[in-house]
Write a protein that binds this ligand. Structure first.
Ligand code: PLP
Length: 420
């Protein structure tokens, strides 16, 4: 063994010992409720394809037409020669769907978070994030160089304290900027330090919702900006299925709306939606956008078709079907905590706690033909391993009934549905 492999395999052994070793499973079928893994059929309750669009003929045809007309690859970044018609159509379609001035698509949601946060903030600024936000936001917060503060999950008192601190810091900074501090002939342009709050609307691993109205009240009080990642909510909530912010009537107060194209929208990519100025700024400064080849035309065209489908009557039908399945599942399994005031969530975590036990529970479900992977550290905190169960509009009532039988055979205690 080469020294590098010796050292790395030692690390991998430690992961295995702690129940944290990860392996890829090859799926030999499309992303639907019925998948084939190593030739064996499973009912799949792990996908983020919430409206069943990933394998929809409308999206597939759009992708194929884009391949025929624009080829397999974009050939360059958007700012060089890769800004093809399907990318422009996608950006315009996202903006119209979200009801905003402008939007910009990225090759992934991860790239959207990283590019945007790093473009907006630097070491003069403060970024305040919920403890449970997605890794893409955590990574961006670290990389951007701003002071990073984390508030307890959905804890508005904690957030208020942090915003108070950030506000005092900003006031001190501004009062320290006095004209005589710059030498003769030196023009110092110092902008106001920025404070950005970032949260998700529907949390990816817990399936609960952020109190967006309270967040908005706080960010207005302290003059902060708000970025809301609707990765899991886009397509599911609000009259036009734009997301939770629309459902609560507060979308126009969110400075930066983020989403992905690879979950309910059925394709791949990420986006930022907001003002024309914000989008122009990102085109000029988001490094993951500038220094990365434009997405394949097929991906952009499929995403555009997915958004059109979601905006149509078919989108409403699928959302209702999904919500009916969620209600069926919740009423048949005592392990979930129905929180009556909350919107229906397609993400239903079964908290196990111990990593190895979670892997065993996932194995016991696979033995019954049900695929739900164990989610472990570092995706969730240590000791908070869980089965992350998701429903999609492509499931059927009989599939959910099968899932219920399997869950009841697992004999998880009712406490296992609680995540706190
Ligand atoms: C999936 C996800 C992302 C990243 O989106 P990709 O398009 O998969 O890169 C960002 N934020 C949240 C909350 C997500 O769940």
């Amino acid at each position: 063994m080469k020294p590098i492999d010796e050292e790395l395999s030692w690390d991998l052994t430690r992961l295995s010992e702690n129940g944290l070793y990860r392996e890829l499973r090859r799926v030999d079928s499309a992303q639907t409720p019925h998948i084939q893994i190593h030739g064996e059929p499973f009912l799949n309750f792990s996908s983020n394809d919430y409206l069943g669009l990933a394998n929809d003929p409308l999206l597939k045809v759009a992708a194929m037409k884009a391949v025929e007309k624009y080829g397999a690859g974009a050939g360059a970044s958007r700012l060089i020669s890769g800004s093809l018609a399907p990318h422009h159509e996608l950006d315009e379609t996202i903006a119209a769907f979200k009801g905003v001035e402008a939007a910009l698509s990225f090759s992934t949601g991860y790239a959207a978070a990283l590019g945007t946060i790093c473009a907006l903030l630097d070491k003069r600024d403060v970024i305040v994030i919920d403890r449970l936000v997605h890794a893409s936001i955590v990574d961006a917060a670290r990389l951007c160089g701003a002071k990073l503060r984390v508030f307890g999950h959905n804890d508005m008192n904690d957030l208020e304290d942090i915003l108070g601190w950030a506000d005092r810091r900003r006031t001190e900074f501004l009062s320290s900027v006095c004209p005589s501090s710059s030498g003769p002939g030196v023009q110092v342009i110092r902008r106001r330090p920025r404070v950005l709050i970032v949260t998700e609307s529907l949390f990816s691993m817990d399936g609960d919702f952020a109190p967006l109205c309270d967040l908005i009240a706080l960010k207005e009080k302290f003059g902060a900006w708000l970025m809301v990642d609707e990765a899991h909510a886009t397509g599911l909530y609000g009259a036009h299925r734009r997301g939770v912010a629309e459902g609560l009537g507060v979308a126009s107060q969110v400075e930066i709306q983020m989403g992905t194209l690879g979950k309910a929208l059925g394709a791949s990519g990420g986006f930022i939606a907001g003002s024309r100025t914000l989008i122009d700024y990102l085109v000029n400064s988001a490094r993951t956008f500038i220094f990365s080849t434009a997405p394949a035309p097929a991906a952009a065209a499929a995403a555009t078709a997915g958004i059109h489908l979601i905006q149509s009557q078919e989108g409403e039908i699928r959302r209702e079907r999904l919500f009916d399945l969620i209600a069926q599942l919740k009423s048949g399994w005592a392990g979930f905590e129905p929180k009556p005031s909350e919107l229906p969530s397609p993400i239903l975590p079964l908290l196990i706690g111990d990593e190895t036990e979670a892997v065993q529970a996932a194995g016991a479900l696979r033995a019954q033909g049900i695929f739900i992977p164990a989610i472990r550290y570092p995706t969730v905190a240590r000791g908070k391993a869980r089965l992350r169960l998701t429903l999609t509009a492509a499931h059927t009532p009989s599939g959910v009934a099968r899932l219920l039988v399997a869950l009841n055979n697992l004999k998880l205690l009712p406490e296992h549905g609680k995540t706190d």
